[in-house]
Write a protein that binds this ligand. Structure first.
Ligand code: SF4
Length: 338
């Protein structure tokens, strides 16, 4: 079997690293935060790749690097086969038209002094996609596509509900007809009852437009519904990546196994408590180590119930095991125990 990868990638990260110098403070000078380390992943047209992990695992730094909001320290990013760093330097607007982002907090991402019509219309204006006289009609079409009415055109963000504001943020992203939308925890600030509506909207849009989503989330139950493939991150590294179907059947990396142990399985009713399944590993204990001094060898060895001397001495590579890529020296053996 081969590891599942994006068919023809529209966005492809190769060996991305991001390091930040630690700002001042006692003992901070000269130290470095290793936020991303050797991250390689890709997403194809019409596909959703979910990136999951605990807070502090590097998900949002990855989102910022993939959308050109942050320059990676090392590695490369290809957008439809073109070098994204070069495109960002020479033709930043061309990059920004193709790659959009929807943030977690729609209220913070919308200008409170601009009407909804102006906010969405600005995207069309800045990219020269609609003449002034056509703009209002085009914005109306975009609002209709995300389930809002023409009456919302002249409203301000504070006059809308959280779900409606996120629909506006989605309409603004779609206005420039992107090929990839990075969704950074797009529903986690919304009421549970609204989350499903926004997720269904994103899926409908993907079916119609063939846009690729990179869906960043800590909500494991959610990503199982929306993603074709899932990448699990720990302390700045991808530790397991494969199809949602394969990972839903069985996790191989001890971190993924523990992380998903606390979430309902695919096909399992959400009211079925995971702790009733005797085959499941116990949930994670302890805190994520500091990315300033990540543990040597396998970054997970300080929390791994299967750790042995080799784990702290030698960093495992991301390698093919069965039908996915796994970063663990002993994945086959551990899976055999599962
Ligand atoms: Fe655990 Fe060792 Fe595998 Fe790391 S390499 S996940 S510490 S068994």
């Amino acid at each position: 079997m081969t590891a599942p990868a994006a068919a023809t990638p529209v966005l492809e990260a190769q060996d991305l690293a991001k390091r930040f110098p630690v700002a001042g403070g006692i003992g901070g000078r000269g130290r470095v935060v290793h936020a991303l380390n050797g991250v390689s992943l890709s997403v194809a047209a019409g596909e959703t790749l979910a990136v999951v992990g605990e807070s502090g695992c590097g998900k949002s730094t990855l989102a910022n690097c993939l959308t050109g909001l942050m320059a990676p320290s090392a590695g490369s990013l290809l957008l439809q086969g073109e070098d994204a760093a070069l495109m960002l330097r020479r033709e930043p607007m061309r990059f920004r038209r193709r790659v959009q982002i929807v943030f977690q907090d729609p209220y913070a991402s919308l200008n409170p002094r601009r009407t909804i019509g102006d906010t969405v219309g600005d995207a069309l204006r800045i990219h020269g996609l609609a003449a002034r006289r056509e703009r209002r009609g085009r914005v109306g079409q975009l609002l209709a596509e995300v389930g809002l009415a023409e009456e919302h055109l002249d409203r301000y963000p504070h006059e809308l509900s959280g779900g409606q504001r996120q629909r506006v943020a989605i309409a603004r992203a779609l206005a420039v007809e992107p090929v990839v939308v990075v969704c950074d925890e797009p529903v986690s600030a919304l009421d549970v009852s609204i989350q499903a509506q926004v997720i269904n909207l994103l899926r409908d849009i993907q079916r119609r437009r063939g846009v690729a989503y990179l869906f960043i989330s800590h909500n494991l139950a959610l990503v199982r519904h929306i993603a074709r493939r899932i990448a699990v991150m720990y302390l700045g590294e991808v530790v397991e990546i494969g199809t949602a179907e394969a990972l839903g059947r069985r996790m191989l990396h001890p971190y993924s196994r523990a992380l998903f142990a606390a979430a309902p399985a695919i096909g399992r009713p959400s009211h079925d408590p995971p702790h009733l399944d005797p085959g499941r590993p116990p949930p994670l204990s302890g805190d994520v180590p500091s990315p300033i001094d990540p543990p040597p060898g396998c970054r997970f060895h300080t929390r791994c119930p299967h750790a042995r001397p080799r784990c702290s001495a030698e960093a495992p590579a991301l390698r093919l095991v069965d039908d996915r890529l796994v970063r663990c020296h002993f994945a086959e053996e551990i899976a055999g125990h599962g």
